[in-house]
Design a protein around this ligand. Sequence first.
Ligand code: LLP
Length: 443
Amino acid sequence: PAGAARDPRGVLTLGGIPATELRERFGTPLYVVDEDAVRARAREVLAAFREATARHGARARVYYAGKAFLSTEIVRWVREEGLAVDVATGGELAIALAAGADPFHLGMHGNNKSMAELEQAVSVGIGSVVLDSAIEIERLAAIAERRGVVQRVLVRVNSGVHAETHDFLATAHEDQKFGFPLQQAPEIVARIRELPSLEFMGLHCHIGSQIFGTAGFAESAARVIEVHAELLRGGDVPVLNLGGGFGIAYTRVDDPTPIAELADGIVDAVAGECAARGIPVPNLAFEPGRTIVGRAGVTLYEVGTVKPVQATAAVTRLYVSVDGGMSDNARPALYGADFSARIASRTSDAPPALARVVGRHCESGDIVVDAEYLPADVAPGDLLAVPATGAYCHSLSSNYNAVPRPPVVALRQGTARVIVRGETIDDLLARDMGVAAPNEVTE
Ligand code: LLP
C-alpha cells in the first residue's frame, strides 16, 4: 500500500504510523486513506494530462470523479491540487459544496437527474451539466430560463466502444442506458443550440472503468472526434470530455500503463485525428476517480476466527474471518474483484498457506480476498491489511446485517485523524421509527 513499510518489530506502518497504533486509536474495521498519496497522485495525473495536451497547443482540465470516494476532506485535497470535481447526484453535489468547492469547478452527471437535482445544480451555478437524454435537455433549458441564466452543458455520447478491463470490443448499437448514440449527436446539439438558456460546450464520453492500455480510449476518441469536427461547422465546440476509467493495480499480477504514458497515448490519438480532419485540438477534460484514490486506501481488519476447510481432496484452505466484509467492500461480491491481504501486526516465519479471507456477513459470497497465501500461523487477533481499497469501497458500503460503517482515517505527514466518523448502532436505530414509539401493547 501507499506509504507502507515495517517497523523494527515487524509491524506494518502506514504513512509512518504502526497499523497496531491505528487499531488501538480507531478500532477495526478501519478505512485508512493516505492524504499525502492522494495529493501526490492528483498532482501527477493533472500534470500528465496537462503536459500531454500542452504539446498540442490545448489545455486540459481534470475532474476528480467523486463517486470513487467522496467526503468534504477529499474534495478539499483534490481542489487544492488543482482538480475540478465531478458529481453524479444531489448528495454528491451537497458534499462538494459543503467542502467549499467553487461551483464553477464542478460538473454534474447522471442518466436520471431529478428536477430537484437539476434545480440545485443550476441555482448554485454549477460549471457544467452533462446531458444524458432528450427529455433532460428540455427540463434543464426550462429551469435555466426560469432562473434567467445560461447553463453550460455537455452532451454525453456513446462511442460504441465498450472497454472492459484488459479488453475492448466495438458494437454498433450499444445496449446500455447512458448517453446518446453518436450518430444522434448532431441532431441533439442542433436542438441545444436553438435554446438560449443552454450553452453547448462539447461532447462527453466515458467508455468504462478499470481499463488498461490506451487502445480503447484512442478508438473511442477517434470516433468522437469525427462528430466533434462535424459539430464545428455549426458553431463553437470548446471542449471534449473523454471521461475516466484508468485502471490501477489491485494485485501483483495487474500491470497498468503508467499515467503519463496513458495520457500521451490518448491525447496523441486525439491530436492525430484532429490533424487528419484539419481541425484544432480542443481543450480536453478527463474524469479519473479510481486512479486518484484507489491505491491510497487500505482497510485494516482484525482476524476473528481461522478454520481449515478441505476444499477438495488435494486442497485445504484456511478460512480467515475478519470483522468486516461485503458491507465495507462490496467489490468482490459485485464484480468478482480481486484484492490481496497481509498480516499487518507482525511478521511470521511460518510457511505460506492457501487462505480465503472472508467477512462476517450471512452469505458465502461475502469474500474479501478469494485466494491469498498467508502465514500458516495466522490467528485470531492478527491485524490484516487489504491494500488498494481507496476507490469504490467506502462509496459502495452498506449497512447489511445492521453493521455500522467503519470510520475513515486520513494520514498526513505522520499524523492520523478521523475524516468521516464511524457509524454506531444508535445511528442505525435513530432512523427506525418503531424504536421510540410508545408501547401500545397492553398485557
Ligand atoms: N466519469 C463517468 C461518467 C463515470 O461514470 C465514471 C465511473 C468515472 C468518470 C470514473 O471512473 P474511474 O476513473 O473511477 O474508473 N463501482 C465500480 C466502478 C463504477 C464506475 C462508475 N463510473 C467498481 O468498483 O469497480
